[in-house]
Design a protein around this ligand. Structure first.
Ligand code: GLY
Ligand code: MN
Ligand code: MN
Length: 488
């Protein structure tokens, strides 16, 4: 469906850009009679008894922490805008993580502004495109009008839902231009707003804001932990869905797996949290295989790395490497069990007070030991680790923080993240892997084209950790038994 073509705007004597909406409130090509007709005869649909979103107390606390960090500065956190996919179609909108984290809202073009107060602190205001009134044609003639894309909240409704004062976003750029004093904006989401603020912002100051917002999310609150568990639970169901259709995938392609998991993600959540990696056979050795257009063959492994993103934008990130025919070959099992052992060592190193790097080091030690044992690299193990020689086959880090972004808190400083210490409430993946490229002449031929990764989502607790994805089997025996049960 496309918008009905609008006839040319009438001549504009001032030589201004033709505008879609005429000054008298009518659109070109719409008769006065039709315009008048469309203005009336509509029920009042204002929602009066809206409850705040569940995360409202948390978003208020997060904004208070942000306010305390940047006293006296005006802080601008945009949701982002729609992006064109082609011609007049857009990509599905996903609000910026920072905006959703601080507001609980996900509306395109929304902007959170923290305005500094003379006496200290900030006033938070959400700028949104409100419901269009029925006085002009926008609601039914504009491509973003609500008869085309759906009803928006009125500003009063938004205030009730989000526990925040709300204003019309169309006033924001002028307000910001007129304001004096330092401004910081989260860049990369709203080019028009950045342009409007061009003479007031600096890259260095904006980066400090971005880093703070990334580090603020390192430790998850109770609401977030609940959402991450929900994301993981949906993901586990999505993995079961895939096992049940492996026969159909063999008759078609990896795309059947991608589509099957996507169905679960869209029905139970917002979307997938990242492009699903549905890598059968040698594709499993390509770390981010998302083309997903290859064959699925009995006797091969399927590496499925996928995560459901909840409607509140928290994502799981789970990998299982499954034998397509339900049974690992002896070599596949040997490699799988080495990766499993590495993952066990990694998970055991996740506890409060441990260094972030510990779980990576623990897992890499196991993998290097096996690679030496198998004669693929010359020992001793300490030499291999020191020179990083195992990385030819292990390739990537053993995990990362997980949250609203799959690689969460990505701009946190090294000292708070990679060189930091684990704390209760942090959530991370532990995901060792071994990958033998199809053209790797340094390994025996039978290894070539085998890739195995096992990835679980781990919460750091007061006394150790909790594997949020424990519902999915991990040992080779348990995976085979689980597949047999699901396909019986
Ligand atoms: N799915 C990407 C990753 O595991 O980091
Ligand atoms: Mn993953
Ligand atoms: Mn991951």
């Amino acid at each position: 469906m496309t918008e009905e073509p609008t006839p040319e705007a009438p001549e504009n004597p001032e030589g201004e850009e033709p505008v879609k909406q005429r000054k008298n409130g009518l659109y070109p090509g719409v008769s006065d009679e039709l315009a008048a007709n469309m203005q009336s005869g509509w029920a009042d649909t204002e929602l009066h008894d809206l409850e705040p979103v569940e995360q409202a107390p948390h978003t208020a606390r997060r904004r208070a922490a942000l306010s305390a960090r940047f006293p006296g500065d005006r802080l601008v956190i945009p949701a982002g805008n729609l992006r064109t996919r082609s011609n007049d179609t857009d990509y599905g909108f996903r609000a910026s993580t920072e905006y959703a984290y601080l507001t609980g809202d996900q509306t395109e073009d929304g902007v959170l502004v923290l305005e500094p107060e003379a006496g200290g602190g900030h006033t938070a205001t959400l700028y949104l495109l409100p419901r269009s009134n029925r006085e002009n044609g926008e609601f039914w003639l504009d491509g973003q009008g609500e008869l085309w894309v759906g009803r928006r909240l009125s500003l009063t409704e938004a205030e009730k839902r989000l526990g925040l004062a709300a204003k019309d976003v169309r006033e924001l750029a002028d307000e910001l231009k007129a304001a004096s004093g330092p401004v910081r904006i989260v860049r990369g989401h709203d080019a028009a707003l950045e342009a409007a603020l061009a003479d007031k912002i600096t890259g260095e100051r904006d980066e400090e804001l971005r880093v703070f917002l990334s580090e603020q999310r390192l430790v998850k609150d109770e609401f977030e932990i609940g959402q991450l568990q929900a994301a993981v639970d949906s993901t586990a169901r999505g993995f079961e869905d895939v096992v049940k259709v492996l026969d159909k995938a063999q008759a078609t392609s990896e795309r059947y797996i991608e589509g099957t998991f996507f169905l679960r993600a869209r029905v139970e959540g917002n979307d997938v949290g990242y492009g699903s990696i549905c890598a059968a056979g040698p594709h499993a050795t390509t770390l981010h295989w998302v083309r997903n257009d290859g064959p699925v063959r009995s006797g091969d492994l399927l590496l499925l790395d996928a995560g459901v993103e909840t409607t509140t934008l928290y994502t799981a990130d789970v990998t299982r490497t499954l034998p397509v025919n339900g049974t690992y070959s002896p070599l596949q099992r040997k490699i799988y069990e080495a990766v499993y052992e590495a993952q066990e060592a990694g998970i055991a190193a996740v506890r409060p007070g441990a260094k972030y790097r510990d779980f990576h080091d623990a897992a890499q030690h196991v993998l290097a030991t096996r690679l030496v044992e198998w004669g693929l690299v010359e020992g001793p193990v300490e030499r291999v680790l020191e020179l990083g020689l195992q990385r030819r086959w292990t390739m990537h880090g053993t995990g990362h923080m997980l949250g609203m972004d799959v690689h969460d808190c990505a701009v946190a400083r090294t000292e708070t993240y990679v060189d930091g210490t684990l704390e209760p409430g942090m959530c991370l993946t532990v995901e060792p892997g071994l990958y033998f490229q199809p053209d790797d002449l340094t390994v025996p031929e039978e290894y070539r084209g085998i890739g195995v990764r096992i990835e679980d989502d781990i919460l750091v607790t007061e006394d150790g950790n909790r594997v949020l994805s424990a519902a999915l089997p991990r040992t080779a025996d348990d995976v085979e038994a689980w597949m047999a049960r699901l396909t019986a």
